[in-house]
Design a protein around this ligand. Structure first.
Ligand code: SF4
Length: 347
């Protein structure tokens, strides 16, 4: 068991969207830690709240969304002096959070085209990212930009500095985004489905690049994805989310060898495995993800769960139950405790 202070601790985070049609509890009481230099995967289907969790860390939530509760404790390191701060106390527009964004914590996205400026060359955009952080000449900033392109293994870096984003492939654009993220020497990189738009060969190359840069720079990574294969490649530990809640939290080996939550088990059974009989159908998860405006009572997974227990599973939200020091699950198969009871016991 590690006693080291985690780099990031999220405690009971709640991010809600107040729309005309009702309140969407996109993130509803999420808690997890990321150790220094490690990778935590956040896994779940579309709409489970995983990206909103990532955006909440940097307080990049636009109206009608609002972070309504919780803590985001981040260990800052200024010249070796460590200090744990609650990022939410900084406010979304404060000087401190703006200093952290892109420096101590950087973020890369699924589609780099949405983050790169289409009318500026790669060199101008990378040099600008260097210039906002360092008092150097434009020429030195361009030299640094070329070094960063080398670092992300883009050949002919000097020539590439003169290109516009649309002249690059998707994989090259994602490498440019990673280079831009590195300009601030982040201690935490939030990667929101960074390889989903890429073909499998390019995806493998980008994942390998991220792992080697992580080792070189000692960065922690919060890796958001719906892809179990990518999680297996990248993460040391995983949180599985469903409708705004963490339903299971464990290390990567246990996730694949001994998943406990019926949703995690169903996700794993829905992917092909080596050694399985060819031609047999894969299991699908019954039903659809419910509307976020109409979340089922009790355990939100109950309408799709093959272990559903009437009057138990639909009565109250199950509490997050520790199975061992690194494994928690939110399901009545493992504990009769409901979420409200857990809060009452803590109070
Ligand atoms: Fe299934 Fe009940 Fe567990 Fe929810 S609490 S996952 S419905 S068994």
């Amino acid at each position: 068991m590690t006693t080291e202070q985690p780099l990031l601790q999220i405690k009971d985070l709640r991010t809600h969207f107040f729309t005309e049609n009702g309140v969407v509890r996109a993130v509803d009481g999420v808690s997890f830690d990321i150790p220094v230099g490690k990778t935590l995967g956040v896994l779940g289907e579309s709409g489970c709240g995983k990206s909103v969790t990532g955006y909440s860390i940097l307080q990049l939530i636009n109206a009608p969304g609002r972070i309504v509760g919780g803590q985001i404790l981040f260990e800052r390191d200024s010249n070796g002096r460590k200090e744990v701060v609650d990022l939410l106390k900084y406010g979304a527009r404060g000087e401190d959070i703006r200093r952290i964004r892109g420096n101590e914590i950087a973020m890369i996205f699924q589609e780099p085209m949405t983050s790169l400026n289409p009318v500026l060359t790669v060199g101008d955009q990378l040099a600008e990212a260097v210039l906002v952080r360092q008092k150097v000449s434009k020429r030195s900033a361009l030299d640094r930009a070329a070094e960063l392109l080398d670092k992300v293994r883009l050949p002919q870096a000097r020539e590439l500095l003169t290109k516009y984003p649309h002249q690059l492939s998707g994989g090259m654009r994602q490498r440019v985004m990673i280079a831009m993220a590195l300009t601030g020497h982040p201690r935490l990189l939030i990667a929101d489905e960074p390889t989903t738009a890429l073909d499998v060969t390019t995806e493998a190359q980008i994942l390998e690049l991220m792992r080697s840069l992580q080792e070189e720079f000692g960065m922690a990574i919060l890796f958001i994805t719906h892809d179990l294969g990518v999680i297996a490649e990248m993460a040391e530990s995983v949180v599985v989310m469903y409708l705004g809640k963490v339903v299971e939290k464990t290390d990567i080996h246990t996730l694949f060898a001994d998943p406990k939550h019926p949703y995690t088990q169903a996700l794993l059974e829905s992917i092909p495995k080596i050694g399985h009989k060819q031609g047999g159908p894969l299991r699908t998860i019954e039903g659809m993800v419910p509307s976020p405006f109409d979340i089922p009572s009790g355990c939100p997974f109950h309408p799709r769960c093959t272990h559903f227990m009437p009057d138990v599973c639909d009565a109250a939200v199950p509490a997050e139950t520790p199975l061992d020091e690194a494994h928690t699950v939110r399901c009545y198969l493992y504990s009769q405790q409901a979420e409200g009871d857990a809060h009452a016991n803590r109070a």
